[in-house]
Design a protein around this ligand. Sequence first.
Ligand SMILES: *Cc1c(COP(=O)(O)O)cnc(C)c1O
Length: 411
Amino acid sequence: MQLSDLTQRDEQDPLASKRMQFELPQDTIYLDGNSLGALPKASAKRVQEVVSQQWGNDLISSWNKHQWIELPLETAEKIAPLIGAAKDQVIVCDSISVNLFKLLTAALAMQTGRNIVVSEQGNFPTDLYMVQGIEALLGEQRCTLNSVATADIESALTEEVAVLMLTHVNFKTGRIHDMQRLTRLAQDKGILVLWDLAHSAGALPVELDKCNADFAVGCGYKYLNGGPGAPAFLYAASRHHDAIRQPLSGWMGHTSPFAFDEAYQPAPGIKQFLTGTPSVIAMAVLDAALEVFTDIDMYQLREKSVALTDSFLTLKEQQAALDELQLISPVDTSVRGSQLSFTHQNAYAICQALIDHGVVPDFRAPDIIRFGFTPLYLRYQDMHTAIEILVKVMSEKLYLQQQYQVKAAVT
Ligand SMILES: *Cc1c(COP(=O)(O)O)cnc(C)c1O
């Protein structure tokens, strides 16, 4: 594969113009959109508007005048088509961790006589931590975490299991679970299924309704480009809205928040999942970021994502200097998300050296270098440049330099 093949692909790329909708630093190839998406120009503009004009000028009247109060639902409506969810099943609020708490606790309460939450070893830690916290709060009789090896998930789905909680795309390896099949197998045993879409939403097509998922959560600041600490989203299938009661019964989830009733009465439908006042500035930034997706076909985006990861991998394999980097992501693109991960004993220092030379991946302890591929703002030619720089860092052993060994607080 030559640079000219890649520039030709860029010329034919139907998504090429999307790059213009982002602020990107010069001379940087950003392969970390799976940790923090790049800044959409619309978000930069919107934050000015919300802060200076709306808050600065219209003050409290903005809740009505600028529909701040509608943001959790309005923003959710922009996410719903990206995850295959029909109307009124998605809401934007809080973080994934908090939304997991709400959904897990509520799902456990729906499953009388069952107490096990099955999850996977190697899942993102917060998912497992939240179950451990619920176990400590409710006691083991009501909640017990059973986190099993990937190969043992199916055999762990027994009639004692209340909830199956999985991350659709593994954050370390990028392996994709078969959502449809696992959801069906679990539901055949009466198990409720909760999917974490942190590395799926905005990266590949998700079909929650078609897979008959019960619940899901996902991230605003990764592939959705909502900015650091952007609010998360929560999905609950309509069929559960009447039976479910989430425990964080705050006033924003009340059926009539401004009646100031003393007795909690949950709002009907998805709104009952709100807790406190939405973070308006952050949510407006996410809302604007989602404009980038309005005319996106997720299947077309997926095609480019696969082509980018494949080009990167092909170029990598042409370079003997890169043989030391061991691929831990699936080779089969049909089960690989929008990322490639490699292990190396000097992974941390290699990441630092790459960043210093204008290629930004990230490091995941203890020894993983993770490259994320965001089809909206990456070009095919960037794969070539990134590999060139990677070859330089590896063949000249630049990563052994002292300044690349020091660990920062956030890695
Ligand atoms: C990034 C990520 C999270 C983040 O959780 P927050 O509570 O929103 O910080 C959760 N789960 C997975 C799988 C992730 O990758």
